[in-house]
Design a protein around this ligand. Structure first.
Ligand code: PEP
Ligand code: MN
Length: 452
């Protein structure tokens, strides 16, 4: 079937379940135009490195640990919060690799995970219908200030940039193994042989010539609000004499092959379960990106629809191009996952399979608090791994919502949290996250499964 022409803005003619309408249209245009001229946040070279790493994952040689907040907030852009998050992710990968000898590929839900998908666009507060909180990049969580404000998109760019800058600085300035022990990257993220996550990383992915340092933590977010993503979409390849593409995609830098584009706001972007409609705006936007991309798959997914989706998103059948992130729920995964794996195997698409054990296991406590239980989270991972093994398929990653902050938002775990504990330490503005102890417990339990 002939595909229509793609451009960074072609999604605009397709149905979009998350439209944002700004009252001040002129200001919105001005802001998006400015963003389209700001520097890329990630480079094409880094994105290529991640792509080669994901090929290895697809071939069963490494595991992705992807995690972070459900919705990142602008206020998390501070020294302690950013370092805490990358330390925790590094430590998780380190522990897993140490226990299994399987390299870990680390991807943070960070430096841009501001958008917040909602089941409905408005809510009634004190008898008045107001827009929901769509995430810090769109509106304020304060019910009195919920009107979408385009200036928040520029803030999102600069907060992403500052966060990413801190991540790069922390990871590039690690002392060599022999003198590690002070500062970031000390013992907690180093194994007995003095291996840091970055050296483990380098064991299985060779940087292309000319790349001296590889970021051992890559960034990712759900590309939910497409106006911003469009403004961050750049031609793949060097730009000559400052020739810039326009945000609407009419001009392409003369040196890049026409039609090759990447999303420069994160290394990896994914399509949410609520926005994966075959004829929808999000699938249209994603279909021409050079980045590795993810798709969340909830229990409503059908095998034939999944294959059509892969044919659109991965027409060249590139190994590891698409990560399928299943979030089916611990009680449904057994009935659904096997068929999906069978169909994908028959289709010839070589994907990365990742398990998100969080989003299919959300429940509401008796007092009305949204939570998730460690047992169900672990069971979904265990069952997923069993099914993959039965099908000769590789479960290539775990996707968690988690935080190093001192929170109690999910129940269970060695600390034995129960519903009654979901009190002052329940802090999330979106979905419930695992705390550090719960996250490490998952890593240890998953490592045990992979050793079997
Ligand atoms: C999320 O990752 O926060 C999310 C909303 O997931 P999903 O698209 O799987 O519902
Ligand atoms: Mn979430």
């Amino acid at each position: 079937m002939a595909q229509e022409m793609w451009s960074p803005s072609s999604w605009q003619s397709k149905p979009n379940p998350y439209p944002i309408t700004y009252e001040d249209q002129a200001l919105a245009h001005e802001v998006l135009d400015k963003i389209s001229r700001l520097p890329a946040l990630v480079t094409e070279a880094e994105v290529s490195i991640l792509k080669s790493a994901l090929r290895e994952v697809a071939l069963g040689k490494a595991i992705i640990w992807q995690g972070g907040d459900c919705a990142e907030l602008f206020e998390y852009c501070n020294e302690e919060t950013v370092l805490g998050r990358i330390k925790m992710l590094s430590q998780m990968g380190q522990q897993f690799t140490q226990q299994t000898n399987i390299p870990s590929l680390l991807i943070g839900r960070i430096a841009g995970q501001y958008g917040k998908p909602r089941n409905s666009l408005t809510e009634i507060l004190n008898g008045v219908e107001v827009p929901k909180f769509y995430g810090d990049n769109i509106n304020d969580s304060n019910p009195l200030k919920r009107e979408p404000n385009p200036l928040r998109l520029t803030e999102a760019y600069f907060y992403s940039s500052a966060t990413l800058n801190r991540i790069r600085a922390a990871l590039s300035a690690q002392p060599p193994p022999s003198i590690q022990g002070t500062g970031f990257g000390q013992d907690r993220v180093q194994d007995e042989d003095g291996l840091s996550p970055s050296s483990l990383w380098c064991q299985f992915v060779q940087s292309p010539p000319g790349i001296s340092s590889t970021p051992p933590i890559f960034t990712s977010h759900e590309a939910l609000y497409l106006q911003y993503e469009q403004a961050m979409t750049r031609p793949w390849g060097p730009e000559v004499n400052g020739t810039m593409h326009s945000r609407r995609g009419e001009k392409v830098a003369s040196s890049s092959k026409p039609g090759r584009w990447y999303n420069s706001s994160a290394h990896f972007v994914w399509i949410g379960d609520k926005t994966r409609q075959l004829d929808g705006a999000h699938v249209e936007y994603f279909r021409a990106l050079e980045n590795p991309i993810g798709v969340k798959l909830g229990p409503s997914v059908k095998s034939n629809e999944l294959i059509r989706l892969l044919d659109i998103l991965d027409p060249q059948k590139e190994t590891g191009k698409v990560t399928l992130i299943t979030r089916l729920g611990s009680d449904r995964v057994y009935d659904i996952l096997g068929n999906l794996i069978d169909s994908v195997q028959r289709s010839g698409h070589c994907v990365v399979w990742q398990c998100d054990p969080m989003h299919g296991n959300t429940r509401t406590s008796e007092s009305g608090i949204r939570t998730r239980d460690m047992l169900r989270i672990f069971n979904e991972i265990r069952t997923s791994l069993e099914i993959h093994r039965q099908h000769g398929s590789w479960l290539g990653g775990i996707h968690l919502e988690m935080t190093p902050d001192d929170v109690v938002e999910c129940t269970g775990g060695i600390e034995g949290w129960v519903d009654a504990d979901l009190g002052p330490a329940y802090k999330t503005k979106c979905d419930p996250r695992l705390n550090e102890s719960q996250s490490m417990e998952i890593v240890h339990a998953v490592a045990k499964l992979f050793r079997k």
